[in-house]
Design a protein. Sequence first.
Length: 649
Amino acid sequence: MYKRIIQYLFGVHIAALIIMSLFRFVQYLVLGGMIGDSDASRFTAFVKGVWFDNVIACYIMIVPLVLLLIAAICRFYHRWVLKTANIWFGVFYGLAFMASAGNIPYFAYFFKNLDSSIFGWFGYAGTTAGMVFGETTYLPYILAYIVAMVLFVIFLRRWRRHISHRIESSTHSSRSWRKLLIRCGFACLLIFLCLFGIRGRRGYNPIKISQAYYCDDPFLNQLGINPAFNLLTSMLDDMRKENRELQLMPYQEAITKSRTYLGVEGQVDSTAVLHRHVVADRERRHPNVVMILMESMSADFLNSFGAQAGLTPTLDTLYHHSMAFTRCFSAGIHTNHGITATLYSYPALMFRNLMKGTVTPRRSGLPTILKSEGYHNIFFMTHEAQYDNMNAFFRTNGYDEVYAQEDYPRSERVNAFGVPDRFLFDYAMKVINDTSLGPDPFFATLLTVSNHPPYIIPEWFHPRTSDPETQIVEYSDYCIGEFLKEAKKQPWYDNTIFVILADHGKLVGKTEAELPQSYNHIPLFIFGPGVENGLYEGLATQVDVMPTLLGMMGISYDFDGFGQDLLRQKRDQLFYTSDTQIVGRDSTACFIYNNQAEKYFYYDVKDDGSLSPASSDSRFDALKDYAFSMVQTAEYLYRRSLTPGPSPK
């Protein structure tokens, strides 16, 4: 019986490792085009993958291993023992396989493995389910998971029956203290090996995801990380006290340096360490403002930035008929990051959603300042109003009206994210026209969503390309064009400044860095009365939109944000983040710090804007100091808003 129990456990362990390796192989086949380093070893990634898979397998194995070995040593056996073990393995490996299957489309979209940020979607179960099951490209992975689970359950049943039959048909060997001691000793060895497998390595620290990094290619470095391990690690990290807040440098040091970088002078107020009063140097005026935040519109989609497919004729036309910012970067990689950075000049803080909280956060920004100037502010979104706490957040922070899925006919909803862009623009045009008849200038903000899976391309639209991922870009661009054509017919058009940019980018083409530039390099166009057309080729980021726009309008204001008026002062450097990475860059250098893996990556910025790996030097030290100071100061302000009273230390 003792040997058969060990045989049973070993068989389950090997079968699970094979299935997880097969999911990794599928990810490699489907997404292997992301590999940029043709010389890097693929085999090493798979070897490291088995290493990480074994950690998860040992986590799942430890409880049944201990209990079944104790039962075997005591010669206690009943069929329900192995049946119970099968249920255990079915449930927990079902979760592990689900992570492996779901990781493939997740990685394809975010260029990172599953982590605890996915739990932010659980508050919107209907929307999330609609997105997953409404996007046809996800179906093969759902099917692959179902097939894997069916095969695994069949294996468990047959393997259990086989082992049970061998146990029941075997003759019982004689008992002796010697054999008992040998079995106890061997059981202890197996338990030790399983615990060592959970730890993953010798040395002071257990295995971390940094062990998966072995080359310069970010795809292969991440391929070896087991998705369930990455998810579990990020969850545990979130619960650890030392990881509840960023600790890149002492707060006081960060604040002092940030104030210097931003030119903030005077006495420091602990509640608003970056506070300053900005005095306009232009004539004060109050044109209407229409801002469009386009979902996932990377600059790399535009011909103006080197693309060849001709997907964005509207945006490419604006490139030549507006103030076009050629080197603008988003603050983060999620919509809520783009909103808070653009509207309130508050940078992204890794994976945190800065619009949510037990108490709705209060922000001072473009909507609140314009409201104080007599503007009527309107926000339009396609999905439900409570998504990401948007309705409460916008109404708390300067918007008079918020239009969302609840305001639109049910017949117009096409997926989990509500209505398509075309309907959003048509609906917004009617509301804007009515608002323009009033005595006050208006500030209208439109947040699009069509360029987010699941992609819904209407039958009446005839794209030039065949791939849904490019067709939806064509559709998004078309909708912008139609909206602008209709706007030009309206009497309010000639007295309106338009601001068009993306909330963040999207993975496009090759991945030349640990964080692909296409995720953050975005188009930004400003045009209208008093705005000089031309290319702005300096560095820019979303936090600069608010001060630059207010500068154009000649409005003075109190400011505690992170941006600067680009028409008064050019940027020497900028920073942005992803869920796990901090980026600092200037015109010649770019560094990326992976906070989770505790690794640094250095790149030279070429003349065409592309990146090439570089060795660390003083340029990167200065960028690190800048980026860490700004992020740590943002962390301070975030913590200060959560905990009124004593300042964070």
